[in-house]
Design a protein around this ligand. Structure first.
Ligand code: BGC
Length: 418
């Protein structure tokens, strides 16, 4: 109890921070996504209105959405060069943790050859965080891969898992001594669904059998990477970051919706986590969604929605956290949580609702260790491109000027007063 502050259920060493991923911020990455962007930017721009005419703020986003340049990650937000400035902002906001990923295609751009320059970069990057007393939370795989790996079939081939494990081991050897937390995989569920089932992301697969194979291979990849990391850096806590949510009946006595919701939650939230049960030290949760069902149909209320048209229920994160805790009895870190809100009109509300729910989860006994907001900076939102603004910090991509949004100031004040 000594570690608890008066009137606050948040432990003193609670991690307050933000998350990013290399490909979305660094700039000048060369991997299967950057190639796909160049090949698909024209198509995505030309079909923007047809695909997304139903979004709020359509007039606002149409100029970007119909411009092919929107769909190319390109210079990113130059985080690769400007990371010191960005870490300065974390400090200014009173944050003590930062989730980021190493870009595999930089450190192993050729199969089996480690790139000294990239390694030096990430070494300095991590030490810069530590100098500032910011806990580095490293992700090894946030969906992008070196071309030699995807040319061999990526995670669709079981034999390729060994390549990922070698990369994970190497990163563990190089950086494990500096880290307390490593995330092997980011959202294997979302990746498999969009890349191999719905065909929206590279390599645009639409075959359920291949999707199942990829998903199983990712289970194996995590387990083997977990064991490899435990050998080379036994003190590091290893887990994954899972996209998990609630799927609830809109009307409590809608039995069909209730059963469908449980099945959807099982497939999305638990299937993967159950299989790696004995191979994780904490559970990373990325929470964005609570869905409402009427019978078998998705029937979310019309409001409130984010700029991406996602229905928002930040306050129900506690339901999810309690269920994760009950099911796995492990520490939990919120590894992502946030919204696209270019005008920063809903973010503070989202944060307030979320923090209220985190307190309820802590009061209920959930061993919650941290909250990492998605994202620190406006960034490249995958197939949507640059127009969705998830940043606590606005980035002008012409000047690369960073401007802290008012909601981020609010969060900083909140953390300070704890
Ligand atoms: C991903 C991020 C993404 C965010 C917002 C998560 O699914 O891990 O890379 O930007 O959601 O869509």
């Amino acid at each position: 109890m000594d570690s608890m502050k008066k009137n606050s259920p948040f432990p003193d060493d609670f991690l307050w921070g933000a998350s990013t991923a290399a490909h979305q911020v660094e700039g000048n990455t060369h991997n299967q996504w950057s190639e796909w962007e160049l090949a698909n930017a024209g198509r995505l721009a030309a079909t923007f209105t047809k695909r997304l005419h139903w979004l709020p703020n359509l007039a606002d986003i149409t100029p970007a959405g119909t411009d092919p340049a929107n769909y190319v990650s390109g210079r990113g937000v130059e985080h690769y060069e400007r990371y010191r400035e960005d870490f300065g902002i974390l400090q200014e906001l009173g944050m003590n943790a930062f989730r980021f990923s190493i870009e595999w295609s930089r450190v192993e751009s050729e199969e089996g050859k480690w790139d000294e320059q990239a390694i030096v970069h990430y070494r300095e990057y991590i030490s810069e965080l530590k100098k500032r007393n910011i806990e580095p939370v490293l992700t090894l795989w946030h969906w992008t891969m070196p071309l030699w790996f995807t040319n061999k079939g990526g995670f669709a081939k079981q034999a390729n898992v060994a390549h990922f494990v070698r990369y994970a081991r190497k990163m563990g050897e190089l950086f494990g001594g500096e880290l307390r937390y490593v995330i092997t995989l980011n959202e294997p569920n979302v990746y498999t669904q969009l890349s191999y089932f719905q065909g929206e992301w590279p390599p645009q697969g639409r075959n359920p059998l291949v999707a199942i194979r990829v998903y199983r291979n990712l289970v194996q990849a995590h387990k083997a990477a977990y064991s490899a990391l435990k050998l080379v850096c036994p003190n590091v806590q290893v887990g994954i970051a899972m996209q998990a949510g609630n799927v609830l009946p809109k009307h409590p006595n809608d039995l069909l919706a209730r059963s469908a919701g449980s099945i959807a939650e099982y497939l999305n939230n638990w299937w993967f986590l159950d299989r790696i049960r004995r191979h994780q030290d904490f559970i990373g949760i990325n929470y964005y969604f609570t869905h409402n069902l009427k019978g078998l149909k998705l029937r979310n209320p019309e409001n409130p929605i984010s700029d991406l048209g996602w229905y928002m229920t930040p306050s129900l994160i506690d339901r999810l956290l309690k269920r994760v805790a009950q099911r796995y009895h492990l520490p939990v870190i919120i590894t992502e949580n946030g919204l696209a809100d270019a005008h920063d009109v809903q973010r503070q509300w989202w944060l307030e609702e979320t923090i209220g729910a985190l307190k309820r989860a802590l009061d209920a006994g959930v061993d919650l260790r941290g909250y990492l907001h998605w994202s620190l900076l406006d960034n490249f939102e995958w197939a949507y491109g640059w127009w969705p603004k998830f940043g606590l910090v606005d980035v002008d991509r012409t000047t690369m000027k960073r401007t802290v949004r008012p909601s981020a100031r609010w969060l900083a004040d909140y953390i300070k007063k704890l």
